[in-house]
Design a protein around this ligand. Structure first.
Ligand code: NAD
Ligand code: LMR
Length: 328
């Protein structure tokens, strides 16, 4: 017997990540090849955006995906999030010319306050929320705080792109395959301050730290390469990463929904005080996932270098959080 369709809301659906994401969700790459989906797409009311969304929907129809059980176009989050089981919050206000970080935070605080309230009002009580739009951790925090009737643990931010970028760099450095790399994580904020940590990672069962054995490479090459990868892509493409961001969103949701088979993955999730991160801060942690739930990997030793890196990314996140406090 075929499964009952689930509802997947995607915001910013006519944007470039949306274009790389929707077709993969509809083909079953996110929730499984046996799971029908109804797409509930949100764009701003602007005529150009709504027209672009119509075009994307025509293309989705033309793919004749057997798992695509319905498509809806919306400009109101209260309609887009109705009964939704999964919400991918991709749409955000990009930084414009002359815009300071504080202005960007304030503009996005408005969007994610409204969307958090709408999720609180109409989404499934078990909705799984992934925030992709930047600043992703703080936007997830704002949405979570704006949805007091939903479990805080259901609000997550995307650190998976940083995780995948780190895995790819480590595979190249060790001359091994990316699929052989286990127990890698990225701590903190989705920003250049994130701390990609391979101290526990293995490739084909061998310690990556022992294989590389070069702390100068770690501090001066690896961390800046992963941290500034988004900027490097913008410089090369003239546009921010889209296909790799969409791919990471698929990975994040798939693993959350279907399980990571005991492997570590990185998710930005609200802290319960683990590793001294104050409760409520949405922070990149190593997690394992099973039966639709994630669990932070606990008990890892944090050495002096790692603590310094974690403190730095935490301080940045606390600064962002302080900057939006008055808006919540
Ligand atoms: P884009 O500008 O191509 O598309 C964004 C879309 O969102 C636009 O179509 C816009 O109309 C829409 N939008 C804006 N405000 C909205 C709202 N309130 N409700 C619904 N839709 C809204 O941008 P993109 O390249 O698709 O990137 C989207 C976001 O993802 C950006 O904030 C980007 O910085 C971020 N991003 C995050 C990561 C990550 O790893 N977390 C990686 C890459 C990009
Ligand atoms: C990325 O990591 O590629 C993006 O977050 C970059 C950006 O600023 O949009």
């Amino acid at each position: 017997m075929s499964k009952k369709p689930v509802r997947v809301a995607v915001t910013g659906a006519a944007g470039q990540i949306g274009y790389a994401l929707l077709f993969r969700i509809a083909s079953g790459e996110m929730l499984g090849k046996d799971q029908p989906v109804i797409l509930q797409l949100l764009e701003i009311p602007d005529e150009k955006a709504q027209n672009a969304l119509k075009g994307v929907i025509m293309e989705l129809e033309d793919c004749a995906f057997p798992l695509l059980a319905g498509i809806e176009a919306h400009s109101d989050p209260l309609q887009a999030f109705k009964d939704t089981d999964y919400a991918l919050l991709v749409g955000a206000r990009p930084r414009g010319p002359g815009m300071e970080r504080a202005d960007l935070l304030a503009a996005n605080a408005q969007i994610f306050t409204a969307q958090g309230k709408a999720l609180n009002a109409v989404a499934s009580r078990n909705v799984k929320v992934l925030v992709v739009g930047n600043p992703a951790n703080t936007n997830a925090y704002i949405a979570m705080k704006s949805a007091p009737d939903l479990p805080a643990k259901n609000f997550t931010a995307m650190l998976r792109l940083d995780h995948n970028r780190a895995a790819s760099q480590l595979a190249a450095k060790t001359g091994t395959k990316v699929g052989d790399i286990k127990k890698l994580t990225v701590w903190g904020n989705h920003s250049p301050t994130m701390y990609a940590d391979y101290r526990f990672a293995t490739t084909n069962g061998q310690s990556i730290k022992a294989l590389i054995n070069d702390q100068v490479w770690n501090a001066e090459t690896f961390l800046p390469t992963v941290g500034k990868r988004g900027a490097a892509i913008i410089a090369a493409r003239g546009l921010s990463s889209a296909a790799s961001a969409a791919n990471a969103a698929i990975d994040h949701m798939r693993d959350w929904a279907l399980g990571s088979n005991g492997e570590w993955v990185t998710m930005g999730v609200p802290s319960n005080g683990e590793y001294g991160i104050p409760a409520g801060i949405v922070f990149g942690f190593p997690v394992t996932t099973e039966n639709g739930e994630y669990k932070i990997v606990e008990g890892l030793e944090i050495d002096a270098f790692s603590q310094e890196c974690i403190n730095k990314t935490l301080a940045e996140l606390q600064g962002e959080q302080d900057g939006v406090k008055h808006l919540l």
